[in-house]
Design a binder for this molecule. Structure first.
Ligand SMILES: C[S@@+](CC[C@H](N)C(=O)[O-])C[C@H]1O[C@@H](n2cnc3c(N)ncnc32)[C@H](O)[C@@H]1O
Length: 191
């Protein structure tokens, strides 16, 4: 990143290690002391801020705990757009804690507002059994945008990519392509 020119990138999506003692093929240390991990994140965040074009967007995918530190750091450097909660399916309960049910996806832009913003519209949710609408839209369904409902900051439809047979790269901690497609669409740039 230090070799890239400043103000040259439209969109950055960061999926850093979560510091959960995971063994990565790269062999990097995923068990840093809290302050060490945060300082490392701040270091690459500084590069992201430098690289983004004015109006460019930064998305950071992490656990809510780490993104709370990241948000505090980013609030002094970029403009907050959204804290997006991505529903986690099939996570494990942790004793003495609430059941973890979302990943955090921070969305910031450089400068006052993003140069482009074209969020997806979603299909109206239907019952998988009878295929009828799950909501009645207060009787105003006919007035809804036929392209779908507005995207919210709670994403319930991002599937996990866990099983090896769904991965394209052996050993990689791949995210769902749907997540990246949506991020790219939101920024409104061509992949
Ligand atoms: C949570 S995983 C994300 C993987 C990613 N979604 C993918 O599909 O490859 C974090 C990744 O960051 C990589 N990583 C950790 N430290 C790094 C560093 N200093 N520079 C580049 N990559 C690093 C790890 O090897 C790991 O692949």
């Amino acid at each position: 990143m230090p070799n890239l020119p400043p103000n040259s990138v439209d969109l950055i999506f960061a999926d850093p290690p979560f510091n959960l003692s995971k063994l990565y093929p790269s062999g990097m240390n995923d068990n840093l002391k809290t302050q060490e991990y945060i300082s490392w994140c701040e270091k690459w965040t500084d590069e992201c801020v430098r690289l983004l074009k004015p109006g460019g967007s930064l998305f950071v995918w992490n656990l809510p705990k780490w993104n709370s530190y990241m948000a505090s750091y980013l609030n002094n450097r970029l403009t907050f757009r959204h804290w997006i909660s991505c529903d986690i399916k099939f996570s494990l309960p942790i004793q003495g804690r609430l059941y973890p049910s979302h990943y955090s996806l921070l969305y910031y832009c450089k400068g006052e507002k993003p140069t482009t913003f074209k969020p997806d519209r979603l299909q109206m949710p239907i019952c998988p059994h009878c295929c009828g609408d799950l909501k009645d839209y207060g009787g105003y369904k006919h007035k809804m945008n036929p392209k779908g409902i507005n995207l919210t900051d709670v994403w319930l439809d991002i599937p996990p990519v866990r099983h090896a047979k769904y991965k394209k790269r052996v050993g990689a901690n791949e995210l769902s392509v749907k997540l990246l497609d949506r991020v790219i669409a939101t920024k409104g740039v061509s992949p």
